[in-house]
Design a protein around this ligand. Structure first.
Ligand SMILES: Cc1cc2nc3c(=O)[nH]c(=O)nc-3n(C[C@H](O)[C@H](O)[C@H](O)COP(=O)(O)O)c2cc1C
Length: 198
């Protein structure tokens, strides 16, 4: 099997859901992989890599700024043996289709800078799903992602919680209200633009 480099493209990398997705992906991949944290930056050297997996959250329907910095580095990288680029993107909303523009941005980047395009896994309800009994759906998606990468396929896979929208909005509202209460913040306070009293 080829060599894989995994990029964590979350702005909150050490405490991110992306980090949890990477941890769960590794056993599915079954080999060691190099890791790079976009937030930390530093030189990116994908030499010898056959595959590069970008793991990131959806930010305002697009790619987080920290990952843009990494893509800019890749754009000027002079290596000729281009690794195949794959995407694992998660978003807060229920529908994985919300991540489609971000996937297309990376696909366009690959076309523009001569990187082969590979697999994409779009995870809807990505903030919550790992903490629910539906986390097995994520593991199944990750296994399919790894298998597709190994086989050199190009497919877009999707995972989401099997809830209707009403149920999802109710459950997530309750989750954030309880979360606020634990931190002595009311639901009303959370609806304001005040950040840490600033
Ligand atoms: C500034 C910001 C913008 C976001 N924009 C979106 C969005 O457009 N659509 C969406 O579904 N989720 C959005 N989210 C939710 C994140 O995608 C979600 O919380 C994700 O699980 C974070 O992943 P991470 O922990 O790996 O950074 C946003 C979150 C933040 C903080």
């Amino acid at each position: 099997m080829g060599k894989l480099l995994i990029v964590n493209g979350s702005p909150r990398a050490p405490r991110s859901n992306s980090r949890r997705y990477i941890e769960q992906f590794l056993p599915c991949w079954g080999e060691t992989a190099d890791q790079y944290t976009a937030l930390r930056g530093g030189p990116l050297s994908p030499e010898d890599c056959t595959d590069l997996l970008l793991v990131f959250p959806l930010y305002a329907d697009g790619i987080p700024a920290v990952l843009m910095r990494t893509l800019k580095e890749l754009a000027v990288w002079r290596g000729t043996a281009r690794p195949r680029i794959h995407v694992l993107v998660n978003c807060g909303f229920l529908e994985p289709e919300q991540t489609r523009p971000a996937v297309e941005m990376v696909r366009f980047f690959c076309k523009r800078y001569g990187f082969p395009w590979g697999m994409a896994l779009q995870i809807g309800s990505g903030e919550a799903i790992l903490n629910t009994p539906f986390s097995f759906l994520v593991r199944r998606g990750l296994r399919r992602l790894a298998a597709g990468m190994r086989a050199g396929r190009s497919e877009v896979l999707s995972v989401r919680m099997p809830l209707n929208r009403r149920m999802f909005v109710w459950a997530s509202g309750r989750y954030w209200t309880d979360y606020g209460a634990k931190n002595n913040i009311t639901a009303g306070e959370m609806r304001t633009m005040e950040i840490e009293g600033g």
